[in-house]
Design a protein around this ligand. Structure first.
Ligand code: 3UK
Length: 537
């Protein structure tokens, strides 16, 4: 019998009812978890206990922490939370910082104390933070001093938020000063494997962001499925990348997965193309995590990465077009590992390693998961037919008190909201988001396919393709395009690009409307905000 350590039972009380939860699969032998599990143990304390304490763990400009260094900092913060601030297991703690070592130490402190980490995107404004605090009933916050302003505004409206401490702050009242008065020893709270340890908010392109709930067990399941079977990292790897730690893509890729194999990670606050190219050389990074748009942006300056320390490149968050995959390979010689993941499922569930990569396909199902393309009746669709992607595995969707649970989970399957087709070899081919399907004069057209055709044109830097209302055809295909520097937008350019598309894919898919812009609207997670493209003229 598992025994919850939560004294504050808020997360347990707000789980979706059992009949609305997905089916969970634990078929792989490595997924047999003990009843009691605190994920800070396998990820951090175990390494120190087994003699790996002096291994390099986290680097950042001016920072080099070993596993012992991280453990001691996390322990001091955990002691402060519990001893001085009055935190009890199950309480929610909001975390707010750019990717940096103190953010990681705070995350582990919360986990060790049996509380629930609620990491937030650095760019969130007061109103969005207020939604997070209210929805997750947050009572404590640990925040980077440079991001204090918006949190202070939000806190003024949120009586449930009792205490805030600021870090990367050298003042008397900062977290670091308070930590120095605490012991570096802490006994992890003996949580149940099924105690919630983190709430991850979805990026929410439409409607209020939803909070997904993940157990200690889910964190370890994510570490044991995709990484060992597809990424195959080793202890000497140096991880680096751009996704925020508040995004589960970043949390896994830049913190959980390196630590699970006693490797090291580099946390960077700035992830622009040149910053990354420079940092890969400085830290001799071997594994890179970023989004497709970032691979495209780095490619023109990626020369130095050829024959460098870099050996593995992971792309997720959005579909990786065949043209971006080819561009990166030409620039660096490296085949990208694409993978689709979701906040609801914690991390990647369909992917392919380098030798199995097929341009234009995301990959095959990751061991531990099942994936299926469903038809409109919720039955498996025939090979090659486009339908709704459904997934199940050791992780799955649990929205905190949200009606939308019933839309994401049907008959035990997690429906990600993506339109996919599976081929005869079990490869999954991304089509579009189900609600972004363009229907023009009776034809189903996938925006990403048209985008891929446009991206192959040497004058196109980036583009987004959407459907816009049209009296005659219902919808027409519209492309919003960012040209590479030195090219002139206008009717002639539009004609050139339209002709180019007609030559590479079925002519009825060509963009009848084209507009040129300086940049595309994207989320902090690198996703194109298609609904905002509708507003461009
Ligand atoms: C889309 C992809 C095609 C897809 C995520 C890796 O993106 C992540 O989580 P989100 O909750 O969004 C999920 C949705 O994003 N998507 C993600 N990756 C791909 N589409 N190819 C891909 N490779 O629409 C999916 O439903 O923000 C990604 C790991 C953890 C994550 N949270």
């Amino acid at each position: 019998m598992s025994c919850s350590a939560h004294i504050d039972t808020f997360t347990r009380d707000n789980l979706p009812p059992p009949e609305e939860q997905p089916e969970f699969l634990f078929g792989l032998p490595e997924l047999k978890f003990p009843d009691q599990l605190n994920c800070a143990w396998p990820l951090l304390d175990k390494h120190v206990k087994e003699g790996r304490g002096e291994r390099l763990c986290i680097q950042a400009p001016g920072v080099r922490w070993t596993y012992s260094d991280l453990q001691q900092r996390a322990n001091r913060i955990a002691n402060l939370l519990v001893g001085e601030m009055g935190l009890v297991p199950g309480n929610r703690v909001l975390l707010r910082a750019p990717n940096n070592p103190m953010m990681a130490a705070c995350w582990f402190a919360v986990i060790k104390a049996g509380a629930v980490a609620v990491a937030t995107m650095p760019l969130l404004r007061a109103k969005e933070l207020q939604h997070v605090i209210t929805k997750a009933r947050v009572s404590y916050a640990l925040c980077d001093a440079r991001l204090a302003d918006e949190l202070r505004i939000a806190a003024a409206e949120c009586p449930e938020l009792q205490q805030i401490r600021f870090f990367n702050d050298s003042s008397e009242t900062g977290l670091e000063a308070a930590m120095s008065r605490q012991s570096a020893e802490f006994e992890n709270v003996d949580t149940a494997a099924t105690d919630t340890c983190m709430l991850a908010f979805t990026s929410g392109t439409t409607g209020q962001p939803k909070a997904t709930m993940h157990f200690h067990r889910d964190v370890m399941a994510a570490c044991l499925c995709w990484p060992p079977h597809v990424l195959r990292p080793v202890a000497d790897d140096v991880f680096m990348g751009t996704p925020p730690l508040a995004f589960t893509f970043g949390l896994g890729g830049l913190l959980l997965f390196p630590l699970n194999v006693a490797a090291s990670t580099v946390l960077l606050e700035k992830g622009g193309p040149q910053d990354l190219v420079d940092a890969i050389a400085t830290y001799q990074a071997t594994v890179l995590f970023t989004a497709p748009t970032s691979y495209r942006a780095i490619a023109p300056i990626a020369g130095p990465l050829r024959a460098s320390s870099l050996r593995k490149c992971v792309s997720a968050g959005e579909a990786l077009s065949a043209s971006t995959r080819a561009l990166w390979k030409e620039a660096t010689g490296i085949e990208i590992i694409d993978g689709i993941g979701a906040t609801e499922l914690m991390h990647i569930f369909i992917s392919a390693d380098e030798p199995h990569a097929r341009p234009g396909a995301t990959g095959t199902v990751v061991p531990g998961y099942l994936a299926c393309v469903m038809d409109d009746d919720g039955k498996p669709a025939p090979v090659g037919q486009i339908g709704r992607l459904a997934v199940k595995g050791p992780t799955g969707c649990r929205y905190l008190a949200d009606e939308r649970q019933k839309k994401y989970v049907i008959d035990g399957w997690n429906y990600t909201g993506d339109a996919y087709a599976m081929d005869g070899d079990g490869y999954f081919h991304y089509h579009s988001r189900t609600d972004d399907m363009i229907i023009s004069a009776g034809y189903n057209i996938a925006g990403p396919e048209v985008e891929d055709a446009l991206l192959k044109h040497p004058k196109v830097a980036e583009c987004g393709v959407i459907g816009v209302a049209d009296e005659e055809r219902g919808q027409i295909v519209k492309a919003v395009i960012v040209l590479r520097p030195g090219n002139q937008p206008g009717p002639e350019m539009a004609k050139e690009l339209q002709d180019f598309v007609k030559q590479s894919i079925a002519p009825y898919k060509y963009p009848r409307a084209i507009s040129f812009v300086g940049s595309l609207p994207r989320t902090e997670t690198g996703k194109l905000q298609r609904f905002r493209l509708k507003e461009t003229r």
